[in-house]
Every structure is written in structure tokens, then in C-alpha cells.
Design a binder for this molecule. Structure first.
Ligand SMILES: [Zn+2]
Ligand SMILES: [Zn+2]
Ligand SMILES: [Zn+2]
Length: 495
């Protein structure tokens, strides 16, 4: 029996260490799922302390600001003068400590797991993830990183994709009150547990000689692929949402939209809001799985599906949210803060509102008149991985070739307009003689730009044009009435 228990402890320990090496995120998931109440102590190693950092959490809006880069000694007192003011709600934030339990956890010696049913009900361990910056990228990673400007009816957004995004995960204990930990033996308890004079027994069932317990959270950091989205600012006012958070609401709508539009499991992606109010979406698997890159490439479709998700089909009232729209298990910490209506109002403003944001449009070389043209694209999606066209003839060359090829005067004039609009820009190279595999049938545009999702058709192929228009592609018939500037405004410019 004794051997069995020892083996079990050793197994758990090994398993945890293995998890540490293999997969930090899964360890955090184990923590999140309440493993901690099986553990008795956080392992210590003689002469080695746990890496320890100071961070701040806003007691009002619950936002966490990233830790200082510098580590402190685990037993060091936090300088009370390092209070900070929350950048969102002006509340004073107290400094807190988190440790990285680098050496794993263990149960007490001779620990007998209770049969299922006798164990305490699962505790609520709030886990939060926050963006900590971008790692030093390798040359290969640098080559993979990309960014683009997007324009929504003249409103500018910027989106960045990068591998090597660094995130930190915090487990702040039950109801956010942290854990009390003995730095000497690793003994760990919930701060609400009464403890006479801090006396405690070590995991080896000996009386610990130390009586100094410290209050900490548990933390971890991991690297994964991220996208960072800077959206134009627009404060929605909606009755009953004074205590709700618009950024968080939009963030969770986008995650839901991405999951639905691109068929990604909602558990595989996650996100947070940075101090500068950017949204960071990340692959919730160590190292990244390409999900956020897919979101980067299909952001229009994601937004449209996000809007669908918060349109009210779920039945909850606008000032709140439910499991049918924005809520799920992993964001329970924020359930009280997210409002379906705030997300809905913001995203529909972004996608559809005609603004007087002429300046933005002008900066992008789109005339004010053009940006006012209402333009709808379809919401259906199909899976299509844009091919590398860097070796193709450029946009200008291909448009000119089409012009020289046609005898139709209207098409010729349309192409002349496009050529003029494309003259001063280094655009994505287009593709010709290739198909787009929609779920209905293969579509063969005259010319298309895969990454920009812009396709041109010629008279005689109206049917094909109509089908592709149901998808999240910008589709145009070439003719003398074509709005060439509008067409070109949707095509990605290369660096
Ligand atoms: Zn705050
Ligand atoms: Zn101790
Ligand atoms: Zn709902």
C-alpha cells in the first residue's frame, strides 16, 4: 500500500515535471481545473528560489498589468510605494507577487487520494492570461511576422501577426485572494485557512522550522503565435452598461466569431486586452498551431460572424451576456463585465457606419467619395490558403496584358481605369487562370488577389460573379463603370 502511494506521488510529480517541460499551458489548465487541492506543497530546491515577479491587478476592473521584467527575491517585501494607477478606471492598484513554481508540486508523503465523491467540490481558481510582449525573434520568425492596415468604410485598423508572442498566466487562488506559501518547505494553503502562529507540517510530515508564510499568486509564461489588433476607437453608449467593459466584450465576440467562421475550436484560441487597448488573440497551445494566422488572413469574415454571434439570437438582454453569445468557462472571471450589446454596437459601427472620417481615408489614398460608397461583401467562407505570388507578374503588368487582350471597348476602358488607379503602388501580385474552390462550385475569376480576397470578372461570367459575391470576397465586374479606386483600396500593398 505504502509503495503504491509513493509510486502515485512519484508519478504525479513526474507527470507534472514532464508537463512543465512539454507543455506549460497544460499545466496551467491542470491548475485551473483544481489540481491544486491535491497538492500539498510547491517543490523547493535547496539554494534555489522560485522566480518571483511583481505585478499589479486593478481591484475595480480586474485588469492585470504586466509584471516588471526584473525578478525579486521570493521573500523580499514589496515596496509599497510601487502602487500604480489603473489606466482604465483610475483605481489605485496594489502590487502583488507571483512565483513560477519551477520545480513542480507534490502531495504529502503517504497521501491517500480520496475516492471520487468524497472529494471537496471543485474550487474556483481564477486564471488570467495577459500579454507580456514579443520574444526576441529568430530570423525565421521575423520573416513570418506580418502586419497590415485595414479599412472599414474609411475607418482604419491595424493588425499584426507574430510568432513568439510572450504571455503570462496567473492563477490568483480562490476568489483571487492568492495562496499562502512557505518559501522554506513549499507548504501551500488557501489564505482563509486558520493557522496558529503559522505553524505547519512539511510534506515529509515534519514540523517546519520556518514560520514565515508569504502571500503569492502562481504564474507562468509561455510563447505562442499572436495577432495584435488595433481597432479605431468609438465609445458605445448603451443603457445599463456603465459597469461593463467594451473592449472585453468586443474581444470575446471576435473569438466567438473566429471559432464559428473558421471552424476553430473555441478552446484553441484565447485573448486579452493590453494596456494600450489593443486586442491580442493567441493560439492557446504552446508554440502555436496557426489558428491566429488564419484569423489574420480572414479578419473580415471573423468580424461578420462575430456580429452574427451577438445579434441577439441567443435571447439574452443587450446589457448582459450568456453562454449562447460571449460567455464560456474560460472567461468566467469576466462574466459580469461583458455585454452583448456593447460588442454588437461597436462591431456594427465598425463594419457599416459611414463616418466623417475622411482624413483617415485620405491618408490611405482613398478619396472621400469612394469611402462613402456603401459596399457589402458576403458572409460565407470557404477554406482557401492564399498561394505565394511573389514570383508572379505584378498587378500593373497583368492588368495591361488583359487590356491588350480584349476587343471589348467597355472592358478596355474599365481596365484603363484600374491601370491608372494601380499605377502608384506596389500591390500584391494577382493570379490568373486559377480557381477558387467555393463550397458550391469552382469559381474562375479573370484575375484575383488571394490574400486581399479581391476578384475581377468579365461580362459573360455573371453567374460565377454572383456565386463568389455570397462569400467574403470583394467581387467586381470589369466595365467602364467600375470604381477603380474602390477596387484598389481593397488590395494589399506590399512593403
Ligand atoms: Zn481598473
Ligand atoms: Zn515550511
Ligand atoms: Zn447571449
Amino acid at each position: 500500500m505504502q509503495l503504491k502511494v509513493l509510486l502515485l506521488s512519484a508519478f504525479l510529480l513526474l507527470k507534472l515535471l514532464f508537463l512543465y517541460i512539454e507543455e506549460f499551458v497544460h499545466l496551467i489548465r491542470a491548475l485551473r481545473n483544481g489540481f491544486l487541492h491535491l497538492a500539498y506543497a510547491i517543490n523547493t530546491v535547496p539554494d534555489k528560489g522560485w522566480p518571483t515577479y511583481v505585478y499589479h491587478e486593478c481591484p475595480n476592473c480586474k485588469r492585470i498589468s504586466p509584471p516588471d521584467r526584473n525578478m525579486i527575491y521570493v521573500t523580499a517585501d514589496i515596496d509599497e510605494s510601487s502602487k500604480r494607477i489603473c489606466r482604465y478606471c483610475d483605481t489605485v492598484m496594489n502590487p502583488k507577487k507571483f512565483i513560477i513554481p519551477l520545480f513542480g508540486f507534490s502531495t504529502q508523503i503517504e497521501y491517500k487520494p480520496k475516492p471520487v465523491g468524497e472529494t471537496k467540490p471543485a474550487r474556483y481558481y481564477a486564471t488570467q492570461t495577459q500579454f507580456w510582449g514579443i520574444d526576441d525573434l529568430t530570423e525565421k520568425q521575423k520573416a513570418e511576422a506580418m502586419e497590415k492596415d485595414m479599412s472599414f468604410k474609411g475607418k482604419a485598423a491595424h493588425i499584426t501577426y507574430s510568432p513568439g508572442g510572450k504571455l503570462f498566466v496567473l492563477n490568483q487562488g480562490m476568489n483571487g485572494r492568492g495562496l499562502r506559501v512557505c518559501p522554506t518547505c513549499g507548504y501551500t494553503i488557501d489564505p482563509s485557512t486558520p493557522l496558529k502562529g503559522n505553524e505547519h507540517i512539511t510534506k515529509y510530515k515534519k514540523k517546519c522550522k520556518s514560520k514565515k508564510l508569504i502571500n503569492v499568486s502562481l504564474g507562468h509564461e509561455f510563447s505562442t503565435d499572436i495577432i495584435k489588433i488595433a481597432l479605431p476607437s468609438h465609445e458605445v453608449s448603451l443603457a445599463g452598461t456603465q459597469d461593463k467593459n467594451q473592449d472585453m466584450s468586443v474581444l470575446y465576440a471576435i473569438l466567438e466569431g473566429a471559432s464559428k467562421a473558421l471552424d476553430i475550436s473555441r478552446d484553441d484560441i484565447s485573448g486579452c486586452v493590453t494596456e494600450s487597448r489593443e486586442l491580442v488573440l493567441f493560439d492557446d497551445t504552446s508554440g502555436g498551431s496557426g489558428f491566429v494566422k488564419y484569423i489574420y488572413n480572414n479578419f473580415d469574415a471573423v468580424l461578420r460572424e462575430a456580429l452574427n454571434k451577438v445579434s441577439g439570437m441567443c435571447g439574452c438582454t443587450e446589457e448582459t451576456s450568456c453562454y449562447g453569445c460571449l460567455r464560456n468557462y474560460s472567461n468566467q472571471h469576466f462574466h459580469d463585465m461583458i455585454s452583448r450589446g456593447l460588442a454588437k454596437e461597436y462591431i456594427s459601427w465598425l463594419l457599416y457606419a459611414e463616418t466623417d472620417n475622411v482624413k483617415n481615408a485620405e491618408e490611405k489614398g482613398i478619396s472621400a467619395k469612394t469611402s462613402e460608397v456603401p459596399e457589402e461583401i458576403g458572409i460565407k467562407t470557404f477554406s482557401y490558403e492564399p498561394e505565394d505570388t511573389s514570383a508572379n507578374p505584378d498587378t500593373l503588368t497583368q492588368l495591361e496584358a488583359l487590356r491588350d487582350d480584349t476587343d471589348d471597348e467597355s472592358i478596355k476602358r474599365g481596365l484603363e481605369k484600374l491601370i491608372a488607379a494601380a499605377a502608384d503602388g506596389n500591390f500584391e501580385n494577382p493570379i490568373t487562370d486559377s480557381k477558387l474552390p467555393t463550397s458550391e462550385k469552382d469559381i474562375w475569376p479573370e484575375l484575383f488577389w488571394g490574400r486581399s480576397r479581391v476578384a475581377l470578372f468579365t461580362p459573360g461570367t455573371e453567374n460565377q460573379y454572383k456565386i463568389l459575391k455570397k462569400y467574403n470576397w470583394y467581387c467586381y465586374m470589369i466595365g467602364e463603370n467600375i470604381n477603380a479606386e474602390l477596387v484598389m483600396s481593397h488590395i494589399r500593398k506590399e512593403e
